[in-house]
Design a protein around this ligand. Sequence first.
Ligand code: SER
Length: 320
Amino acid sequence: MPKILITGALGQIGSELVSALCERYGHQNVIATDIRSGSESVAPEDCSFEILNVNDASRLAELVSRHQVTTIYHLAAILSAMAEARPQDAWNINMNGLYNVLEVARQYHCAVFIPSSIGAFGASTPPDLTPQDTIQRPNTIYGVTKVAGELLCDYYFKRFGVDTRGVRYPGIISYKTPPGGGTTDYAVHIFYAAIKQKHYTCFLKPDTFLDMMYMPDAIRAAIDLMEADPACLKHRNAFNVTAMSVDPEMLAAEIRKHIPDFRMDYTIDPVRQSIADSWPNHIDDSAARVEWDWRPEYDLVTMTVDMLKQLLLKLQNAKC
Ligand code: SER
């Protein structure tokens, strides 16, 4: 049974990965960590919780040693739009944090899951059916840290035998914990606004196509990849994974099937628009499908039905 430590456990993905890992491996085998405390999203009875700044290498080593950790899911990171506002912090957290995780994994023989992103691509990348192996010249600090991170993970595997694995996540749509500071965040905000105000002002242009995925698929991708037979993994780090390619108009039209008077207008944020314009419209995830049998379960139609249902329940419960 793996003994798992998660960084960034209170974030959008972390808060749901913790529950999934507890369910699969037992709460006694999961240690959730985050730079902050005080969220109900990781219930104390679920698993241990420890404060951890990923830039504090000795605290990280102490936790890995004390809990006899065998696997690290390293989710602590600054997302694309916030990274543009704070590039020095983004480098420090995304790069030096990853370096600390890889070093501790080398010393304590841990496996590592690390998310890369569609942000690892840039304007010179082929935007449609973007291949697994292609040009990666991102012009954002987020993208620079993601490409460097992919390479560093490959290096630690080849040079030191650290079992590093990862996926290039698209925008993740979920209802439990909101995302913070990403370019794809509109695809979550739109659902909250549709239910609460029946109106949303979108910060990306109507025809901005980006890959997206519903959270249950994102969680399954991480766990399935970590459980995959290593002999089958040719790429290992940074597998393209996607579930749908949508633009804001398509998402709004799908929501309108359930909330007919939902209206959307646009106030474009030039920073996030230029980031989105540099990312692919639709990536090709056939390497993940072949090498570890990746298949998304949710498409635009089924994701929208479930997202509206779950978010409505959540917002109703919050009012009680
Ligand atoms: N969702 C991320 C962002 O928008 C991309 O990986 O920054």
